[in-house]
Design a protein around this ligand. Structure first.
Ligand code: GLA
Length: 379
């Protein structure tokens, strides 16, 4: 990467390299912006940025994936507006950093990523967090503040009203552990997963156009549900505060009711999944994954034909405990919990079935829980 950097910018003097991982969410989907619980793991798939100071007052960013170089005056980053471009992610982060007192220093950046874009494995957060580290260049910042700053960049600059999960786990991820995050207190604990299982993500290779607007709509529908519930139950500030009994007692209308039911039951599933994991009850874990998928499919309506097919096909393979869509939905990946010895057969059967049905080859990623973002020592 440093050789590429030198070729691109003419010199690699002072280069430092930063990495931030993508994630796969095991369970707890569309609960983060409802102040609930999530259980993601950071992946080995990551975005890496090589960065060195520039002497001409410019900020230059080259994306290998986009094969494009962009350039700004570093002193003007704080007043930039959204451009509807891939560079909105790093620039949004630089702008938030500048507003938080970390002025953008002139620099050259080279971005390389192994997180497939549009896969639901959080290529956006990996880019935001790695960019933040590259801009900070060792200037100290509290990791939780950093996660919130990156989320803010995505909400306010990119314009996607996302929750905190992706940025949080990209920073706090740990090898061999899942990260149980309470999205209200913003505290986490590490969850050891039982031995003898693996998680495999399967990329449907589709990204439906309505993903962004549908996400925003879900956020609004949840807010509408809270508004109604609050009239009946004092103290309800988010769907996190609602019990299944309260939900039954109120009978929210159609769509709003289904959205709320997903969130309320999904929060409960995260806790049950962690308990089942602690007691090594693999069958119960698998069942909860499938329940989560059904709830996302029928109540939250964020799945699609390709994801449903991948989940159903996975469940017919021997050695599979459970499977569900992961991430925002409308395409992207499923995550499947299975016995490690079943992986070769699983890949073969799923690839064949998916190709015949949708005429596309799915991609597979082994989800080995990995460390969160940091700097690579450069020799
Ligand atoms: C996207 C968002 C997250 C989260 C998931 C759904 O990945 O960025 O904050 O809401 O969707 O669980």
């Amino acid at each position: 990467m440093i050789d590429s950097f030198r070729t691109l910018f003419g010199s690699a003097d002072g280069v430092r390299v930063f990495r931030a991982p993508g994630r796969v969410n095991l369970i707890g989907e569309h609960t983060d912006y409802n102040m609930g619980f999530v259980l993601p793991v950071a992946l080995q798939l990551a975005t890496t940025i090589a960065a060195a100071p520039a002497r001409d007052g410019k900020l230059r960013i080259y994306s290998e994936h986009q094969r494009e170089m962009r350039e700004w005056n570093a002193a003007e980053i704080g007043c930039l507006e959204r451009a509807g471009h891939w560079s909105d992610y790093p620039i949004g982060v630089a702008r938030e950093l500048a507003r938080a007192g970390y002025a953008t220093r002139p620099a050259n950046l080279l971005i390389r990523s192994s997180v497939p874009e549009g896969s639901g494995l959080s290529s956006s957060a990996a880019l935001e967090v790695s960019a933040a580290l590259a801009f900070l260049r060792g200037r100290a910042m509290d990791p939780l503040d950093l996660a919130r700053l990156c989320q803010r960049a995505e909400v306010t600059f990119v314009g996607m009203p996302c929750g905190i999960m992706d940025q949080y786990v990209s920073i706090f991820g740990r090898a061999n552990s899942a990260v149980a995050i309470d999205c209200r207190s913003l505290e986490h604990r590490y969850v050891d997963l039982p031995s003898g299982i693996a998680f495999l993500a399967v990329n449907s290779m589709v990204k439906h156009a309505l993903a962004g607007s549908a996400y925003r709509k879900r956020v609004e529908e949840c807010a509408a549900a809270v508004e109604r519930l609050r009239q009946r139950f004092a103290g309800v500030e988010s769907l996190r505060d609602v019990t299944p009994q309260q939900l039954d007692a109120v009978e929210l209308p159609g769509v709003i009711g289904r959205r709320a039911r997903h969130v309320v039951t999904e929060n409960a599933r995260v806790e049950r999944f962690i308990e089942a994991s602690a007691s090594g009850d693999l069958a119960a874990m698998g069942k909860l994954l499938v329940e989560s998928h059904r709830s996302l499919r029928y109540d939250y309506e964020v799945s699609c034909a390709e994801l449903d097919f991948l989940v159903d096909a996975a469940l017919s393979v021997e050695g599979v405990y459970g499977s569900r869509m992961t991430g925002g939905g409308f395409g992207g990946c499923t995550v499947t919990m299975l016995s490690p010895t079943a992986i070769p057969r699983f890949r073969e059967e799923i690839a064949r079935a998916y190709q015949c049905e949708f005429h596309v080859a799915p991609a597979f990623y082994e989800c080995q829980p990995s460390a969160g973002a940091g700097e690579f020592p450069v020799a």
